[in-house]
Design a protein around this ligand. Structure first.
Ligand code: HEC
Ligand code: HEC
Length: 220
């Protein structure tokens, strides 16, 4: 581990927290707080999503990595991620075509549906030994990767290969995020491997299987 990075990253964190804090405030002021999503309507809208996100370990092809788990993820973050695919701050083509026709309300309803399927599992204490560099990440992503800030994703239990893929995309500025771009830039391939191993091996997120039949849920 390089102490210079750690020191530098801590300064970055303070700086980023200030930026993120002001973005978060603007977002909260611009939108209603999340709890406004309709999970029954979201269940109907999510029926096409479950074909990938509802199958444990289902893989994206070229490059191959597992489709991210959404069960227990923060609803606010699900909306932010969908907006990222819609406006192409995230480069994934299939997710762009999934998100492009969704309205803000559709996204909130979908997020409310996933949230209604159960909370994140949280261990009494994180398992295993955290890589030194994880001390930077947990400032935002939470102890063991369970984030307590709705805008910041939980990483606990997320698929390892997806975490690696996401970090490489932030590092390569393919996924454009001012905060994570700065966080991922100094990480080596080995750092990424160690961090992904650590966060993915915590109890946490889960795969949601469609518990609500679209036929029985009301869609207003
Ligand atoms: C064909 C398979 C497929 C379908 C259908 C699909 N997704 Fe995805 N989804 C993916 C993959 C693969 C990713 C990871 C993309 C990337 O690398 O950024 C993803 C990423 C996401 C993310 C980001 C998760 C995170 O942790 O950042 C959200 C949220 C999401 N999808 C929601 C949805 C919703 C809602 C639908 C339905 C409207 C949907 N997806 C349909 C494959 C799919
Ligand atoms: C200042 C707060 C902050 C710090 C520190 C931080 N992150 Fe993030 N992280 C975020 C935000 C905000 C996002 C969502 C960005 C977006 O919308 O794509 C994110 C997204 C991610 C994602 C993608 C999650 C997903 O589901 O797609 C991974 C993986 C990740 N961070 C890992 C890390 C690691 C590893 C570190 C430590 C080296 C770290 N982060 C440090 C705020 C932070």
């Amino acid at each position: 581990m390089q102490p210079s990075f750690i020191k530098h990253a801590r300064l970055d964190v303070l700086f980023s927290l200030a930026i993120v804090g002001s973005i978060a405030t603007t977002t909260v002021m611009a939108q209603e707080p999340t709890a406004t999503g309709n999970p029954a309507r979201g269940a109907v809208l999510s029926s096409s999503c479950i074909g990938c996100h509802g199958i444990s370990g289902y893989r994206n092809a070229y490059p191959t990595y597992r489709v991210p788990k959404l069960g227990g993820q923060h609803p606010d973050y699900i909306v932010i991620a969908l907006q990222g695919y819609k406006n192409q701050m995230r480069p994934h083509k299939t997710m762009h075509s999934q998100a492009v026709s969704l309205s803000d309300q559709d996204m909130k309803d979908i997020a409310a549906f996933f949230a209604s399927q159960g909370a994140i599992q949280k261990a009494a204490a994180p398992l295993g030994t955290a890589p030194e560099m994880a001390s930077t990440c947990v400032v935002c992503h939470g102890e063991g990767g369970v984030s307590s800030v709705p805008n910041w994703p939980s990483l606990a239990g997320q698929h390892k290969d997806y975490i690696i893929h996401a970090l490489k995309e932030y590092k390569g500025a393919l996924r454009k995020d001012p905060v994570m771009g700065g966080m991922a830039a100094p990480l080596t391939a080995q750092d990424i491997e160690e961090l992904a191993t650590y966060f993915s091996s915590q109890p946490g997120l889960s795969t949601v299987h469609n518990a609500v039949s679209p036929k029985t849920a009301s869609s207003k």
